[in-house]
Ligand binder design. Structure first.
Ligand code: NAD
Length: 456
């Protein structure tokens, strides 16, 4: 891994500051060209990207294409289509007290942005925020995860091919390097990662009052009501839970089943999982691996937190764990308190939706929530009584895949949002301007006013 020294990082940030001040990054044409270059770079290097993701996470081509490459190309296409409109100054109404003046807001780039990425979708989560940074007219420093070294190295090599480092640069490395970066006079930080590290980022940013976006994690509940379409629910939940072997920030973390459909759902779910990954998922080439030993061992420990309903086997040699459904001993065990981030799925039963609402609101606000129901009343109750970042009704994960929905958490699951226009907004400061008329002046506001309303 090509790590950089503190001196190199100091110089890099200074060089980006100087470059930003030239104003070159601000024009519409410059931003569009930089986005074209990014799209071309991704398209021309698909094979290398797929290889890096296979090496780091055993991602299958189909999964890597939809969740990483295709996702980015669609995000770039959407951004280019709408960028001109997003960049326009927005007129606002004038208050009566401001008669004669005009008000507007303009979106201005912050300046030098830092984008820190995690390892689970290491290509997409590094470059999706970059689309926002470019669109909004910033320079950017990218810090990929050290836990996915093939992807980190590839991002470094690719970015160098098309952008001058004064505009966009990659700094590879782990905690120490990130801390050097966080000690720089940055103008904006976009962080995707865990809740504990999110707190470290926020603390560092607070020292210089640097604006931030935090895309964090947590435990995302999945609820299946007695009126749900069981077969569809089972397919869509298995898809959301076991894609990338459960290492997805918005994967359903734990499952709540209505007692009347519990048995039927579990049987159907088991069949669906078998049809997705076969009788021997540990030997299935298309089934993802756990990123490293530390996470593998952490996950294995959860298997003793309750009764295994199916799955539960694992292979240390290829770091794979079977899709597993289990009943936790009670809600105090680790699997019911840590973010699982793996293919282990604890399931609980409920009778009244109020019990579920109480359970969820007693805990940190989730990043995502999934509800399977065909009853409007249940849907409204859940949506209106539980605070969560975003979610889907009768599906999982899909809310992240449309550029029209802002994506982000709330409370412990994150601050701010992105995707589509929200990415442009996240990387911009909305500057308010009042343009006062010189045609007349209300003298009553001055300390020497005598007759109130007097024109100049
Ligand atoms: P992480 O927080 O351990 O690491 C994320 C980044 O922070 C990495 O680049 C890492 O090098 C850096 N880092 C780690 N420790 C640091 C420290 N002490 N100081 C400064 N930098 C540090 O997260 P991870 O394990 O890579 O990713 C998994 C987590 O990310 C999960 O909690 C998951 O839910 C979350 N996540 C969230 C989203 C989202 O969009 N909300 C997406 C993917 C993952």
């Amino acid at each position: 891994m090509e790590e950089k020294s503190k001196e190199t990082i100091d110089l890099l940030v200074q060089a980006q500051k100087t470059y930003f001040r030239t104003g070159k990054t601000r024009s519409y044409e410059f931003r569009m060209k930089a986005l074209n270059n990014l799209a071309k770079l991704i398209r021309n290097n698909e094979a290398k990207i797929l290889y890096a993701l296979k090496s780091d996470l055993n991602k299958s081509e189909a999964e890597a294409y939809t969740t990483e490459i295709g996702f980015l190309l669609e995000e770039i296409r959407h951004t280019q289509k709408h960028l001109k409109k997003w960049m326009e100054p927005k007129k606002v109404k004038t208050a009566k007290t401001h008669f004669g003046s005009k008000g507007y807001t303009i979106s201005e780039p912050y300046g030098v942005s830092l984008i820190i990425a995690p390892w689970n979708y290491p290509f997409q989560l590094q470059l999706a925020p970059l689309i926002g940074a470019i669109a909004a007219g910033n320079t950017a420093i990218l810090k990929p995860s050290e836990l996915t070294p093939h992807t980190s190295k590839l991002i470094n090599a690719l970015i160098k091919e098309v952008y001058h480092p004064d505009y966009i640069a990659v700094v590879e490395g782990g905690v120490e390097t990130t801390q050097v970066l966080l000690d720089q006079p940055l103008d904006y930080i976009f962080f995707t990662g865990s809740v504990p590290v999110g707190k470290v980022i926020m603390e560092a940013a607070s020292k210089r009052l640097i604006p931030i976006t935090l895309e964090l994690g947590g435990k995302s509940p999945c609820i299946v009501d007695e009126t749900a379409d069981i077969k569809l629910a089972a397919k869509r939940i298995a898809f959301g839970k076991f894609t990338n072997a459960g290492q997805t920030c918005i994967a359903p973390d734990y499952l709540f089943l209505h007692k009347n459909i519990r048995k039927e759902f579990i049987e159907t779910f088991k069949e669906v999982v078998k049809s997705f990954y076969g009788e021997q998922p540990l030997e299935n080439e298309a089934y993802g691996k756990i990123v490293n030993d530390r996470h593998f061992n952490r996950l294995i420990n959860y298997l003793s937190d309750g009764e295994i309903l199916f799955g539960g086997r694992y292979n240390e040699a290829n770091e794979k764990i079977e899709p597993t459904l289990m009943v936790p001993e009670d809600s105090s065990v680790s699997v019911m308190n840590d973010e699982i981030f793996g293919p282990i799925f604890p399931v609980m039963e409920y009778e009244d939706i109020e019990e579920v609402i109480e359970f969820v609101v007693d805990r940190s606000k989730p990043l995502a929530l999934y509800l399977f129901t065909t009853t409007n009343e249940i849907e409204h109750k859940v949506i209106n009584n539980i605070s969560f970042g975003g979610g889907s009704i009768n599906d999982t994960l899909m809310h992240i895949a449309t550029p029209y929905l802002p994506f982000g958490g709330v409370g412990e699951s994150g601050i701010g949002s992105y995707h589509g226009e929200s990415s442009f907004v996240a990387f911009s400061h909305s500057k308010s301007v009042l343009n006062q008329t010189n045609k007349f002046d209300f003298s009553f506001r001055y300390p020497n006013a005598k007759n109130g309303l007097k024109m100049i």
